[in-house]
Design a protein around this ligand. Structure first.
Ligand SMILES: *[C@@H]1O[C@H](CO)[C@@H](O)[C@H](O)[C@H]1NC(C)=O
Ligand SMILES: *[C@@H]1O[C@H](CO)[C@@H](O)[C@H](O)[C@H]1NC(C)=O
Ligand SMILES: *[C@@H]1O[C@H](CO)[C@@H](O)[C@H](O)[C@H]1NC(C)=O
Length: 289
């Protein structure tokens, strides 16, 4: 009896440390509280990519969603102008022509940093607005991350959202990754961060960071597979007709953007297809011209 209990406790501890806090699949009656940080100049897909998957998953799992910024109301994906745009370097060849895209959606912030509810998962997107916040020495996001870190089951970032995690000190001693396009800018921030150049996304305990924009979808797929179980998430991803990269060490964009330490010996292509199926790549059966 005693031995049995001890074994159960040890097993529980082991599962706790290796598989996260929840048994798999999660008890769907427990509401999962999702938070997404917004700021003027967020990258649309960093937010709506993961949210589309979460939106569909919430059909089978009770969830709440809080979108969070300093003020509630519509937040524009277009970044505010820099106070000293003349100080910004001119765009180099192969870079985006402007840091101020002229069109972009608004997303409504439902909560402020002061009234956001208790959160289980917090997503921090990237975007051009990160540069403006940084130039203004605005630490409102970092302060929020530090205040909420202990209550979170997972803190996740997409693209340059990793800047806020690095600046907050929460990446100290952790493996992390970020946009390969903005690699040299992001990796100047934070102390003791083990920046990982060849990674679609990185998992380090409860802190997960993904590479550029679209990689957030792959990280979200992997994360919810862990939280809700493969079956529930596969249905949703196949309904989206999305083919996730499932190997987090695959990273062609470290090579494309010439990131120091990029592994140039591996093939840049990754054979992706519908989840849950054994498939052949189209080129292998001569269907691609
Ligand atoms: C969501 O929670 C309600 C109670 O708050 C419960 O009746 C319902 O079954 C839950 N839905 C799922 C999918 O578990
Ligand atoms: C931000 O901090 C830097 C370094 O302390 C300082 O030089 C700069 O003027 C500050 N910028 C603003 C907008 O306060
Ligand atoms: C961090 O990266 C190193 C080197 O790739 C690896 O050995 C280690 O297991 C990683 N740590 C975690 C917590 O994933």
């Amino acid at each position: 009896m005693f031995l049995g209990t001890t074994t159960a406790v040890l097993l529980g501890l082991l599962l706790h440390s290796t598989a996260g806090v929840w048994a798999k699949p999660r008890d769907t009656s427990k509401v999962l509280s999702i938070g997404v940080v917004l700021f003027p100049g967020f990258q649309p897909l960093d937010v709506v990519g993961p949210l589309d998957m979460i939106f569909l998953l919430s059909g089978g799992q009770n969830m709440t969603l809080s979108t969070i910024w300093r003020e509630t109301g519509p937040i524009w994906a277009r970044a505010p102008e820099l106070a000293h745009p003349e100080a910004a370097p001119p765009p180099a060849e192969g870079t985006l022509p402007s840091t101020y895209p002229l069109v972009g959606p608004h997303i409504v912030a439902t909560h402020t940093f002061s009234n956001a509810p208790k959160l289980d998962i917090l997503l921090v997107p990237g975007g051009g607005g990160n540069v403006v916040l940084s130039e203004n020495n605005d630490t409102v996001i970092e302060d929020f991350l530090v205040a909420r870190f202990d209550e979170l089951e997972y803190l996740i970032s997409v693209c340059t959202g990793a800047v806020s995690l690095a600046k907050s000190g929460l990446l100290k001693g952790r493996n992390a990754t970020t946009s390969k396009y903005a690699w040299s800018w992001v990796t100047q921030f934070g102390h003791g961060v083990k920046w990982t150049p060849n990674a679609r996304w990185v998992e380090d305990g409860k802190v997960w960071t993904s590479s550029g924009v679209s990689s957030g979808l792959d990280m979200t797929y992997a994360l919810f597979k862990k939280i809700l179980g493969e079956k529930a998430v596969d249905v949703v991803v196949n309904a989206m007709e999305y083919t996730p990269h499932q190997n987090r060490h695959w990273d062609a964009f470290a090579v494309v953007h010439k990131v120091p330490g990029a592994d140039t010996t591996r093939p840049l292509g990754d054979c992706v297809g519908p989840v849950g199926y054994d498939f052949k790549c189209a080129r292998d059966i001569g269907k691609v011209h």
